[in-house]
Write a protein that binds this ligand. Structure first.
Ligand SMILES: Nc1ncnc2c1ncn2[C@@H]1O[C@H](COP(=O)(O)OP(=O)(O)O)[C@@H](O)[C@H]1O
Ligand SMILES: [Mg+2]
Length: 1021
């Protein structure tokens, strides 16, 4: 803490205080000042400053000059007669005011000039202090300070902030909500506050905590992430959700508060965004001890008018005693009197003065101060002989005081020059905070002229304050100003005629757009807001789309959808010929976001609207896209509708005469029919030939979803290498949060391919990683639960498989119940079989048959992704069940049916198992010739394709056949092949993995592993 004259520089919290007033300074300007203050009374050269503050970048030395200028403005220093910063021409600068170092532990001995001129707020300040002392004891505190504009919320909170930062090692950070577009920027005030913290000297600790506990927040500050950290960070945050983001920041704040208590201030919550409300809610409800206090200011009337959910949140928290509220009232006359005595010590103002000001201002402090300042400006209050006096009789002044603040401002405004008025009007359009540069370009003036004008106004303490020089994102350095109070801005804004207003807004939007610089446009929602207010709706919509993407980068999909819906609301205001295209695009984006949120019905509805809108407008390519997208949500909730959507897409493409689009769509449609309906050879051929066609046409941009559908088709025909390669290529789309489902789709395809390849351990590893990630993100890993059930089944852990499925079903998933239900039925069927029917356990046997039949019955088990493969597995199960219960005839009938179905497909795994089953039935029938014939067919398949899960079974059957033919060498070689398949599967698991152990010790496996040639001979059946 450094003190110089009446200023106090708090490097920890990056604040400059003048008395109890916070002085706003841009971060870099603050750094320059801090450097000078920390090296006082000696020459600091430009080079030294550049080295210290911009160690790795080249910076034009002119910039320093600008910053010094800005700092001087803020300190009220004069160039020719400086008391703070002296310029030593051609050499550098010297801080000349005496600086005292204050250790924060001794806060009481501050100089007397830091005593505030805040009056009448002892009660509220006391409440805040009591709350703070509770926070220091680990009881988190959430306080809402409510009151009308100008009532003194900011003043109170500032004063409290000042108090708190003198209580030792405290971290403070402030976040401001902004009017207009701020409500569309998720976490606006929190990011603002975090931004301050990451620039403070303790930034290192903060960044470390963010990296450890809040990667989803760290990534929001790209400049703070080192290039080499980036990829790991991106992997880490994959699939993050709103819930995770909220949880991470809560944990970060709690963890940081262990080192030093934290005071957070969120200002003007009536303009808050919904995500910040979630955050406040979570922060208030968490039970962990935390030395944390959040003080929020808001205007109750604006909350009601804007219908913000802040009201509901506050009520709810209040009911549960999780927050406190301080309602600021107008000042009583006695406080006004006190104000006059502190402002004008040693005065002989008449007694009725306080009453006069009280009556006119009605106790609103902003108005009170404005009246007093106005009187000084008009010379009604004047300094005479070391005394403040009233220069006119009280009675003559009384009628001259304006009746309202608005009126008073209008009078003041009228007194300004036209150029000043023009600049202020333009400033009021930009917002509370504006740069001279943006105003100048919007007004086609030179920035210097605008700066002079504004400096002049700020110097007269009229309407605006100078807040120093800042660098804009386009590297332009410009002086910045802010309105002394938002009511001033509003009063001026309201005066601007509507035509002019729209023109200003458009100009500001354009300027901000040039400022915004390349890359992701941080200012998108602000630019959109200005275009919208400037009635340039097409541009507004385009920037809203970017703003929505920014929201998605914060995992705020609800906000994303809200922003797009807002854009949709503007669609009828744009020119008709542009309308349809944008509307379709917006609907597509909404569909994507709903899909990412798991809201399949809503996603499908959005894609449907997109498709029909595109259809009406004759936008064929967009229509094809939307119809193609439909299959994704419908795949989970209604596959037949998905298939009909892609068929419609094919019809549309036929009239487009675009071979690439036609081939893509045909590939997709054929693939979807194969995966969601049933296997048909012609579709398999069509899918593959369309893919070849695309290759021939040189299409390098096949959409990932289309490509993965093709890869599934390949996997199901035994082309595992190609499939795996495509899936793996589809997976690392890490930086596109909206393609998360694609990522999952890729992973899902990879797991299915690996299962066919017998690499069950790898599948389990993917499943576990995905589940960890889902847990971190707080979402339901349904897809990976299915895969776990499937893997367990292939590893003969039927009980485990059934358990996993039943757990899924207990959570009542909204969609995609077909798959877990089916796996559960099959697993139950097999575990009944594994239990054995040999003891004539009719109950088990019946249950198994029932389960398998349920899977085959389309009324009980509706279609889902790859349902036909499961139905065949059920046929296999049925035949197994009949076989074990010695009903050869029925077993044989089912086995034939299974073989017939399997031959309709191109799946080597299923076909090998079907032939194997034929062989086993032939054995039981004693038809050894036929058994050998069938097993040969099966062996041929497992030799051609790498399908060890079928392989071990087929070789086991062959082993049995050759033993009985007493061809022991051959038998043994099959046993060894079977064993090799088993080891291949087993070795894919890590040692000690329970699923591996249960697989290797399952009865049919153990029989193969434990037999040697001799034993084989002895236990011939
Ligand atoms: N208690 C007070 N005593 C003296 N002046 C005050 C007090 N509260 C507010 N003011 C004056 O009124 C102005 C507006 O107050 P502010 O805190 O910005 O209001 P709000 O944040 O509620 O809109 C301040 O700049 C300050 O000059
Ligand atoms: Mg305020």
């Amino acid at each position: 803490m450094q003190l110089f004259r009446s200023f106090r520089l708090d490097p920890v919290n990056q604040c400059l205080w003048h008395g109890e007033q916070r002085v706003t300074l841009a971060p870099k300007a603050f750094d320059v000042l801090r450097y000078l203050v920390e090296h006082p009374a000696r020459l600091v050269t430009q080079d030294e400053l550049l080295d210290a503050l911009w160690p790795e970048t080249y910076v034009n030395p002119e910039l320093i000059k600008k910053y010094i200028l800005g700092i001087r403005k803020v300190l009220g220093d004069q160039h020719d007669n400086p008391v703070y910063i002296e310029t030593l021409p051609k050499r550098g600068y010297q801080f000349i005011a005496p600086v005292t170092d204050r250790v924060a532990e001794h806060p009481r001995d501050l100089p007397s000039d830091t005593i505030s001129n805040m009056v009448g707020r002892a009660g509220p300040l006391g409440e805040l202090q009591v709350a703070f002392s509770k926070a220091l004891r680990g009881q988190r505190q959430i306080i809402f300070v409510g009151g009308e504009p100008g009532i003194g919320k900011t003043t109170l909170v500032d004063s409290f902030h000042h108090y708190a930062s003198r209580q030792g090692n405290i971290r403070t950070a402030r976040g401001q909500c902004v009017e207009g577009f701020g409500g569309k920027e998720p976490y606006y005030p929190m990011l603002d506050a975090l931004g301050h913290l990451t620039r403070s000297p303790s930034a290192g600790a903060i960044l470390q905590t963010l990296a450890k506990r809040a990667p989803t927040w760290l990534i929001q500050f790209p400049s703070l992430v080192k290039a080499e950290q980036r990829e790991a960070l991106q992997r880490e945050i994959l699939g993050a959700t709103r819930e995770r983001m909220v949880r991470e920041i809560c944990e970060t704040l709690e963890s940081l508060s262990c080192e030093a208590p934290i005071l957070l201030v969120f200002e003007d919550l009536h303009w808050v965004d919904p995500s910040t409300l979630d955050l406040i809610s979570a922060l208030a409800r968490r039970r962990e001890e935390a030395k944390l206090m959040l003080a929020c200011t808001y205007r109750p009337v604006d909350v009601i008018l804007s219908n913000s959910s802040l009201k509901g949140l506050k009520q709810d928290l209040q009911v549960h005693n999780l927050c406190a509220e301080i309602a600021l009232e107008r000042l009583p006359e006695s406080a006004v009197a006190e104000y006059l005595t502190t402002e004008f010590p040693n005065s002989s103002l008449p007694l009725g003065m306080a009453n006069l000001i009280y009556r006119h201002s009605e106790g609103n402090p902003l108005f009170m101060v404005a009246i007093v300042q106005d009187m000084i400006k008009k010379g009604l209050i004047s300094h005479d002989d070391d005394k403040w006096i009233l220069t006119k009789p009280l009675e003559t002044i009384d009628p001259g005081v304006p009746q309202s603040l608005q009126q008073m401002l209008e009078v003041q405004f009228e007194r300004l020059t036209p150029a000043e008025r023009q600049a202020l009007e333009a400033g009021s359009v930009v917002g509370e905070h504006f740069s001279a540069w943006v105003i100048a370009t919007a007004l086609e003036e030179t920035p210097n002229r605008i700066e002079d004008l504004c400096d002049e106004l700020a110097g007269r303490q009229q309407i605006i304050n100078a807040v120093g020089v800042q660098e804009l994102p386009n590297y332009v350095v410009s002086a910045h100003y802010e309105f002394r109070h938002s009511l001033y801005r509003q009063a001026i804004y309201r005066r601007v005629a509507s035509g002019k207003l729209a023109r200003f807004h458009r100009a500001v939007a354009q300027q901000l757009n040039t400022v915004s610089g390349p890359g992701r446009q941080q200012l998108a929602s602000e630019i959109a807001f200005h275009f919208e207010s400037g009635r340039e709706y097409e541009q507004a919509i385009r920037f809203l789309i970017v703003a929505a993407e920014n929201a998605a980068a914060k995992f705020a999909y609800r906000d994303y959808i809200q922003v797009l819906q807002h854009a949709l609301g503007l669609i009828n205001k744009i020119e008709a010929h542009l309308r349809a295209e944008l509307e379709v695009q917006l609907l597509e984006f909404i569909g994507d976001a709903q899909y990412a949120l798991g809201a399949m019905a809503e996603s499908a509805a959005a894609y449907e609207s997109a498709a029909s809108r595109a259809g009406q407008a004759g936008l064929k390519s967009a229509q094809v896209n939307a119809l193609g997208s439909l299959v994704r949500p419908f795949g989970l909730i209604d596959p037949d509708r998905g298939i009909s959507a892609v068929s419609r897409a094919v019809e549309v493409t036929r009239s487009m005469h675009d071979p690439v689009v036609l081939a893509r769509t045909q590939m997709l449609a054929a693939g979807c029919r194969l995966l969601y309906d049933c296997w048909r050879e012609e579709d398999a051929l069509l899918c593959t030939s369309a893919h070849d066609e695309l290759k021939k046409l040189g299409d390098t941009h096949i959409p990932p979803f289309h490509n993965m559908i093709y890869a599934y088709v390949q996997a199901l025909q035994g082309n595992y290498v190609e499939a795996l390669e495509i899936f793996e290529r589809g997976i690392p789309k890490l930086d596109q949060t909206t393609s998360l489902m694609e990522h999952f789709f890729g992973l899902s395809g990879k797991t299915i391919t690996l299962m066919r390849l017998g690499r069950l351990g790898e599948v389990l590893r993917i499943v576990r990683e995905a589940k960890d990630m889902a847990q971190k993100n707080g979402n339901d890993p349904w897809l990976f639960n299915f895969r776990e059930a499937w893997v367990r089944m292939l590893a003969l852990d039927f009980e485990g498989s059934a358990r996993v499925c039943e757990a899924i079903l207990r959570t009542k998933p909204l969609y995609a119940v077909g798959q877990p239900q089916t796996i559960a039925r099959i697993a139950r069927g097999y575990s009944a079989i594994a239990g054995g029917f040999t003891e004539l356990d009719r109950g088990n046997y019946k249950r198994a048959i029932e389960s398998f039949n349920e899977v085959r019955d389309p009324n009980i088990t509706p279609k889902f992704f790859l349902h036909w493969a499961w139905r065949m597995t059920a046929q296999l199960g049925l035949s197994e069940a009949w076989l074990q219960s010695k009903d050869i005839e029925r077993a044989s009938a089912e086995a034939d049916a299974f073989l017939h179905s399997a031959l309709q497909t191109a799946d080597p795994h299923l076909q090998a198992l079907a032939c194997d089953m034929q062989a086993r039935i032939a054995i039981v029938k004693g038809d050894w010739a036929s058994a050998q014939d069938c097993v040969h067919k099966a062996l041929e398949i497992v030799r051609r394709f790498e399908v060890p899960v079928a392989g071990w079974q087929v070789h086991a059957t062959a082993w049995r056949i050759y033993r009985s033919k007493q061809e022991y060498a051959k038998a043994e070689s099959h046993r060894e092949s079977s064993q090799a398949c088993i080891f291949k599967i087993g070795d894919s698991f890590p040692q000690g993995e329970p699923v591996r152990e249960s697989f290797l010790s399952a009865a049919p496996i153990a029989r193969i592993l434990n037999s040697s040639v001799e034993k084989g001979r002895a236990t011939d059946d």
